[in-house]
Design a binder for this molecule. Structure first.
Ligand code: SAJ
Length: 425
């Protein structure tokens, strides 16, 4: 079937760049759907709700229409689902956004349609959760009447080099012939990356989950090393830098105050839970999650040690927490370790001020944030902190710096007579 009309469901960090890439392809009629009225209004006024340069400039120079009206999906041949896959408070996967997006498009699935899930899910989600909903709602047969495909997204928010046009993708479907058709469709807008056809939906789902659990366990590895190296007095930061000059078979990751974001901190729980349903206990993945979830607490321990060195207690002491977002130079605070540190510091009686140039509720002026502070915790390596903090420290009352991202010049700070403690440093 020739693909003429395409719907993108979900206009966040993944959906909006996908929507714009499809518009730029100038080959399809494209519908951008989000259930958020706020996002619809912003996009229709030419304002991007996400920090993506390509999207920002496209919306500025083109009239783009977003919708939250279900009937606008009528007549679409392809439905690309780009909604969040969060976990609930007890780390149980929350499929609600995927399920409601599936129910939203179901009335418009017809013979020859392609339903494509891009959200990161555990192997089995498409066939065990999505397929029954679509067959029940449409009365059609998945596979013979319509296709279900999985093409896991690999968007890396804030990345200047890798983007939707050049990141390689994997795609799996219910059948080889349908996979061929939907893969050729993807190649019309993924102009600089490969689109690789895999042999099954489960393999497609498994690729992204292992990519992100790979990252989580490697971060946990260096976070555990950091704790032993702090006791042994070895600078892990320097060690990793040196080990990185091995030209093969070594891939550095970096210790820090924790693992945030809606990918790495969340995805492993999808695989852990699904495998447990088949009786397999992913103890290694679980332990890695425990280590990474323990890093905000470890960072507070480093602060207590530092204050101890200068005879201060945390209670009543002014502490500047620098950085709320989960990664540098963006304003996304989902699952951010900073939020746990902030909560813990308040619970322990610190007088806390939070600085983050990218997050609305935080102080934007770094000098003001550290004024009268006795201690600083760097939780996000924003460029404003890396570039601006050291010169401010000289004239400050700061006695202790906890460098939760090992992003400052340790020797320079120590020369100012300030106690410096990093994570593994
Ligand atoms: N982090 C560490 N140490 C590291 C790397 C990251 O503590 O060595 C922390 C970060 O501070 C952050 C969290 O982990 O709090 C996640 O960082 P991230 O760089 O993995 O950023 P994400 O969550 O945006 O991950 C995305 C993912 N992309 C997709 O899911 C499509 C991930 O697969 C990428 O590997 C990652 O970007 C990337 O490479 O930057």
């Amino acid at each position: 079937m020739r693909i003429k009309k395409v719907a993108v469901i979900g206009l966040g960090y993944v959906g909006l760049p996908t929507y714009v890439a499809l518009l730029k392809a100038k080959t399809y009629e494209v519908v951008g759907y989000t259930r958020s009225q706020k996002k619809v209004d912003a996009i229709n006024k030419g304002q991007s709700p996400i920090e993506d340069e390509d999207v920002i400039s496209y919306l500025k120079s083109n009239k783009v229409k977003a919708t939250n009206k279900q009937q606008d999906l009528k007549g679409c041949d392809v439905f690309i689902i780009c909604v969040p896959t969060p976990v609930k408070d007890d780390y149980v996967p929350d499929y609600e956004p995927v399920i409601s997006a599936t129910q939203l498009v179901a009335p418009y699935i017809k013979k020859g349609s392609h339903y494509v899930l891009e959200s990161t899910v555990n192997p089995g989600t498409c066939e065990e959760i999505i397929l029954p909903i679509l067959e029940k709602e449409t009365g059609l047969k998945a596979g013979s009447d319509f296709n279900i495909a999985h093409c896991p997204e690999r968007i890396n928010p804030g990345d200047q080099k890798w983007n939707i046009y050049n990141i390689n993708r994997n795609i799996g479907s219910l059948s080889k012939s349908q996979n061929k058709e939907i893969a050729s469709f993807y190649r019309t807008f993924i102009t600089k990356g490969q689109v690789n056809e895999v042999n099954s939906l489960k393999v497609a789902e498994a690729t992204k989950i292992i990519e992100n659990t790979f990252r989580d366990i490697n971060i946990a590895y260096v976070n555990e090393l950091a704790q032993s190296f702090d006791i042994m007095g070895i600078d892990l930061h320097e060690t990793l830098k040196a080990s990185s000059n091995k030209q093969f078979a070594f891939m550095p990751h970096y210790p820090g105050c924790g693992v945030g974001g809606h990918c790495i901190a969340v995805d492993p729980y999808y695989l852990i839970r699904r495998a447990s349903l088949d009786g397999f206990n992913h103890q290694f993945l679980k332990y890695a999650r425990e280590i990474n979830n323990g890093m905000p607490g470890y960072t507070i321990q480093r602060l207590l040690l530092g204050l101890n060195d200068v005879g201060l207690s945390l209670k009543g002491t002014k502490v500047a927490l620098l950085g709320l977002s989960y990664k540098p130079d963006i304003g996304d605070i989902r699952e951010s370790p900073s939020l746990i540190i902030e909560k813990e510091l308040k619970k322990l009686g610190a007088q806390i001020i939070v600085y983050d140039p990218y997050v609305k509720r935080a102080e934007k002026d770094l000098a003001k944030a550290i004024k009268n502070a006795k201690a600083i915790v760097v939780a996000t390596a924003h460029k404003e902190i890396k570039m601006g903090l050291e010169s401010l420290l000289k004239k400050s009352k700061v006695k202790v710096v906890i460098d939760g991202r090992n992003c400052l010049d340790k020797e320079k700070i120590k020369k100012m007579g300030i106690v410096y403690k990093g994570i593994g440093r």
